[in-house]
Design a protein around this ligand. Structure first.
Ligand SMILES: C[S@@+](CC[C@H](N)C(=O)[O-])C[C@H]1O[C@@H](n2cnc3c(N)ncnc32)[C@H](O)[C@@H]1O
Length: 288
């Protein structure tokens, strides 16, 4: 997109640039702005270029290298074991990496508006991370965050350990186990500022996996599809029982072919009663 405006000497209008900056900040995708003086039909004008890039392009070169290395490693291991249904490197970049990075703006926005503490140094748990999505990508993009990748399957944890090793990410720990058990373990229960989960379970069950891990005053962020309203409605009671409440359904736009996605944001307002989470296998059948 290109805007043309009149060029004022000695520099272009500061308040105009300021409002342009505010406008750009509210665009759903990372956006770069360029302003350059030029002449059109003998008149001095300034040309403002606005270009939206992918979330990946907005990262620095070290972060991009770490993510590329991770994606290559995932691609190699995926030939031997089933880590993801997405098979090509390009598709992993488009579907998984962009989808994961697209969660950062809603997390930052919701956390800084509703929670205490700095958004730059969050402790985050990714429940049912599988091959490290979105957690490992968040760790690469936000080096100030401490990210715990929680996964029940051994072969996936072996891959995660290798991926952490090869990318040199020092802000990640891999924890093998089921969220229902680890949610009763004092080392994990109510220890995290933010829990995230993507493609793990329906919302009613997911809140029981995730909210017990979140500290009072923290957030649970579930990455879901386009129209999650029904799913959220059926999880309302479960959310309350776990000490949480729905904060918002945050539309997430990304370059991913998934198109429009939704980050369901829950605020943990009270301690989770000791009886939750249930033993593995029981939540779906519970009265919750
Ligand atoms: C479909 S995969 C999704 C992986 C990843 N989050 C993604 O977005 O691609 C779901 C993963 O969650 C793990 N999982 C399911 N239930 C779990 C639980 N209760 N505790 C820990 N991990 C769980 C499974 O082993 C699996 O690796």
């Amino acid at each position: 997109m290109m805007l043309i405006g009149r060029w004022r000497q000695p520099c272009c209008n500061a308040s105009f640039l300021c409002s342009l900056g505010n406008f750009v900040e509210h665009l759903p995708l990372p956006t770069s702005l360029s302003v350059r003086p030029t002449r059109i039909q003998g008149k001095s004008v300034y040309a403002v270029g606005i270009r939206s890039s992918s979330y990946f392009e907005a990262l620095n070169s070290r972060q991009q290298d770490q993510i590329r290395l991770y994606v290559d490693t995932l691609h190699q291991w995926n030939q031997k074991m089933n880590l993801t249904a997405v098979t090509s490197v390009d598709e992993v970049m488009e579907r998984h990496v962009e989808d994961s990075l697209a969660l950062i703006p809603p997390i930052n926005h919701s956390y800084s508006s509703n929670c205490s503490g700095s958004v730059d140094s969050l402790s985050v748990v990714d429940v049912g991370t599988g091959p490290g999505l979105p957690g490992l990508i968040l760790a690469a993009a936000c080096p100030g965050w401490k990210v715990t990748l929680m996964e029940s399957m051994k072969k996936r944890c072996d891959f995660l350990e290798h991926a952490v090793d090869i990318t040199g990410l020092s802000n990640v720990q891999v924890v093998r186990g089921r969220a229902e058990n680890l949610g009763q373990d004092v080392s994990f229960r109510e220890q995290f500022d933010v829990a995230v989960a993507r493609a793990v379970a329906e919302m009613r069950i997911l809140v029981e996996y995730c909210l017990p891990l979140v500290r009072v005053g923290g957030l649970f962020v579930a990455a879901k599809g386009h129209n999650p309203e029904e799913e959220v409605k059926s999880a309302e009671r479960s959310m309350q029982l776990m000490g949480g409440s729905l904060l918002q359904l945050h539309p997430v736009k990304s370059h991913s072919p998934h198109g429009q996605r939704t980050a369901i944001i829950c605020l943990k307002g009270r301690h989770t009663p000791k009886k939750y989470p249930h033993e593995p296998g029981t939540p779906a059948k519970s009265p919750v």
